[in-house]
Design a protein around this ligand. Structure first.
Ligand code: HEC
Length: 146
């Protein structure tokens, strides 16, 4: 009897631990995305004031965060308050490429900001936004799964 309860308790504990981890993964990647959103807004503001140093720094942040995207979506992390769609795991190569696209676009923006090339910066900002939007369109649901 005691043993049975103990096993039952352990099973409940394991499930709780597992869900806590999955939810933490969802929170972490959503925080990563919020950080990207803040960086993208800072870039747009800096474009207005021709603050190339900030554009460069924030675009570098995006280069770094783009490399963390795929790791933020481990298999099975499709539960809870998430807009992640099954396509992320069904078409994981495409998802990886969409993350790389952001890295490439951010790298181009860094170069444009370094060169203080306004036309290239404008194109670079669009490239970054397109990379965000492209991935969201293909892999993010309109509504939370819950
Ligand atoms: C490779 C795919 C991909 C790229 C590139 C990408 N995102 Fe996301 N983003 C997602 C997915 C998938 C979600 C949904 C995550 C979830 O709800 O678990 C998301 C969610 C978000 C959210 C909502 C976070 C929250 O609190 O729920 C914001 C804001 C966001 N992204 C901004 C950006 C910005 C800005 C960029 C570009 C600089 C970007 N994303 C690039 C896939 C991507």
């Amino acid at each position: 009897m005691f043993q049975k309860n103990l096993l039952g308790g352990l099973a409940v504990f394991a499930v709780l631990l597992f869900s806590t981890q999955v939810f933490a993964q969802v929170d972490q990647r959503q925080d990563l995305m919020k950080g990207q959103s803040a960086a993208n807004k800072a870039i747009k503001g800096a474009v207005e004031t021709k603050d190339f140093a900030t554009i460069e720094a924030k675009a570098k942040d995006l280069m770094g965060s783009s490399e963390k995207i795929v790791g933020g979506f481990p298999k099975g992390s499709d539960k809870g308050k998430t807009k992640a769609t099954a396509a992320i795991w069904d078409k994981s190569d495409d998802f990886g490429n969409a993350a790389k696209k952001l890295g490439t676009a951010a790298t181009a923006l860094v170069s444009a900001a370094k060169a203080k090339d306004e036309a290239a910066v404008t194109a670079g900002v669009k490239g970054v936004s397109d990379a965000c939007g492209g991935c969201h369109k293909a892999f993010r649901a309109e509504k939370y799964a819950e």
